[in-house]
Design a protein around this ligand. Sequence first.
Ligand code: PMT
Length: 222
Amino acid sequence: EANRKLGGKKVVITAGGTVERIDPVRYISNDSSGKMGFALARAAKEMGAEVTLIAARTDEAPPGDIRVVRVQSADDMYQAVSAEWDDCDILIKAAAVADYRPRERAETKIKKAGDTMTLELVKTVDILESFGQRKTSQLLVGFAAETGNAEMYARDKLVRKNLDLIVANDVGQPGAGFGVDTNIVSIYDRSGLVEELPLLSKDEVARRILSAAGDRLKEEGR
Ligand code: PMT
C-alpha cells in the first residue's frame, strides 16, 4: 500500500561499496552490490520523501526519479553526506565503507618487482561516527554487517556512534547480506529490539526500516 509516512521529509541514503585506489588500475573494495541502499531509496521515495542517494560502486541501475550523487572513496562519501547534512531529516548508511585505505595512491601503475609487496593502510574517516557527534535534529540509522554476534556488535555501534537506530545484518546467513535480493535483519534502538524480521526481499526490508524511522520521528515530534 502506498503510504506517505515520509511526506515532506528529506532522506539521505548511502549505498554500495567504497573504492579506495591503490593506483590508476587497482583498488580495494568489498562485496556490496548497492541493492540494499537502492531499495531504501526507492522505498523512501514511495513513502513521499525527498530522497538523495549517495552511491559508491554498484551495478544497480540508477532510479530515474531519484537524485543520485556518485562517489568513490570513504572520503568522497563523507564530503557528499556533509553537503546534504544540514536539512537532512533521516540519514541511513547502508553503504559498506572501507575502514582502511592505502596510505599512498600511486600516480602511475605500480610495476611488478620483488617477490613480496607491502601495502600500508591507514584508517578512513568513520562517517557515521562523525555525524553522530554533529547530530542536531537528524535521525541517524546505521547498519552493522556482522558474521556472528550481530546483536552485540550492532548495539555497541549504536551507542558508540550515537545512532538512533541500527540495522543488524548477520551476513553469514544464506539469503542475507551482500549481493542478494533478500535480507534478514533486526532493528535495534537504545532500549533494545524494535523489530526482528524474517527473510524478506530487500524492498520489503527497506519499507520496514523506513517505517521504523518514520515512527521514531513522529514519536519525538520532529
Ligand atoms: O549492498 P548489498 O549487496 O545489497 O548488501 C547490503 C549490505 C550487507 C552492504 C548492507 O545491508 C549493510 O550491512 N551495510 C553496512 C556494511 C558495513 O560497512 O557495515 P559495518 O558494520 O562495517 O559498518 C557499520 C556502519 O558504519 C555502516 O552503516 C557503515 O555505513 C558505517 N561506516 C563504516 C565505516 C566508515 N568508515 N564509515 C561509516 O560510516
